[in-house]
Design a protein around this ligand. Structure first.
Ligand SMILES: Cc1ncc(COP(=O)(O)O)c(C=O)c1O
Length: 341
């Protein structure tokens, strides 16, 4: 179905593979399980933000901007992919990162994981202490403007209508792959945090007539500030549809966000995540991350083990990336007593 095209700059290795997880499914004796490998989007070690950044960088370049600014947690996958996208698009990059620089405060450590990669991609880092959601972006943008630069603000998580367009297109990609394989899926399960992935999937599902239930697994209780997260995703889905001239509008009843797997909070690794990471690594040779996909897969395993999803279903887990964070989280990911030797 046609819709309004937005400027796009090619960054990813697309389409990403759609694979069947037969060993995991056999182990669980439940539904058939597929995985969409967006950990393999290619740019800067991959992840879901590459899809959003194709449209965000496309817009930045079409507006004649010379610098990307975004923000997030110190181990933000979004910031790492934005830094890589800026380099690939010939743009400078400034990141507002929560926390303190390594080597200060109580613990001293060398940069690793996403933070190491941010630096290798040449991003300028602004440390913002307690603020881990890009709250300082406007201030940084202002100082860049007064220095004669033309900054383009990539919002927290890349989640605005431009970024969400990446996941509208992702549904086109998936429907083509499913048609080629002669397969269908009853559920798509994925980590939902700043909401752009879910909003884009929601619009894409309607636009391309994909008959499936989207099940977002909430990762961060406070992801959308004072606005309830479901309202935020709904608003973003409707605004994205409007922007793309897609006639559909969505209501709260069409949106599934599971907030029963939030555990001890954002980025706190528990048994749910540890077990999911091991099970998928050891049955399929596929890595999940400690903050997002480990938690979302933990939720999926729980739904299968409790019989909520069973043999009559066919589930797709959308792997959204995040693997570089395994390294800084090594201690949390290992079971207690495993760290030596
Ligand atoms: C690995 C990973 N999965 C999922 C998400 C959530 O995607 P969204 O922010 O679009 O909800 C993120 C966002 O940071 C992420 O890094």
């Amino acid at each position: 179905m046609p819709y309004k095209p937005l400027p796009r700059y090619s960054l990813g290795f697309l389409p990403t593979p759609l694979v069947k997880l037969s060993r995991l499914a056999e182990r669980l004796s439940g539904p058939r399980i597929f995985m969409k490998r967006d950990d393999q989007t290619g740019l800067g070690l991959g992840g879901n933000k590459v899809r959003k950044l194709e449209f965000l960088v496309g817009e930045a370049l079409s507006l004649g901007c010379d610098t990307l600014i975004t923000g997030g947690a110190a181990q933000s996958n979004h910031c790492r992919q934005t830094a890589a996208a800026a380099a690939a698009g010939g743009l400078a990059c400034h990141l507002a990162l929560g926390g303190e620089p390594p080597g200060t405060g109580e613990r001293s450590f060398a940069p690793t994981g996403n933070l190491l990669l941010d630096q290798l991609f040449g991003a300028v880092i602004h440390w913002t202490g307690e603020l881990r959601k890009g709250e300082k972006i406007p201030e940084i943008a202002e100082s860049l403007r007064s220095a004669g630069r033309k900054p383009y603000v990539v919002p927290y998580g890349g989640s605005n209508t431009t970024g969400a367009a990446g996941f509208v297109e992702a549904v086109r990609e998936l429907t083509e792959q499913l048609a080629e394989l002669g397969e269908s899926v009853t559920h798509i399960v994925f980590a939902s945090s700043s909401g752009g992935t879910q909003a884009g999937l929601t619009v894409g599902k309607s636009l391309f007539g994909l008959d499936t239930e989207l099940v977002g697994i909430g990762i961060d209780k406070g992801a959308s500030g004072d606005v309830p997260f479901a309202d935020h995703v709904l608003q973003l889905a409707n605004a994205t549809a409007e922007r793309l001239d897609v006639p559909s509008r969505f209501s709260a009843s069409e949106l599934t966000i599971r907030n029963d797997y939030l555990g001890e909070g954002y980025g706190v690794v528990g048994d749910l995540e540890r077990r999911a990471i091991r099970m998928v690594a050891q049955t399929e040779g596929i890595l999940l991350d400690p903050v997002y996909t480990g938690r979302a897969m933990g939720g999926l395993l729980d739904m299968i083990e409790r019989g909520e999803l069973s043999r009559e279903h066919s589930v797709l887990f959308w792997h959204t990336g995040g693997i570089p964070a395994l390294f800084p989280y090594a201690q949390d990911v290992l079971e207690s007593g495993e760290s030596g030797g």
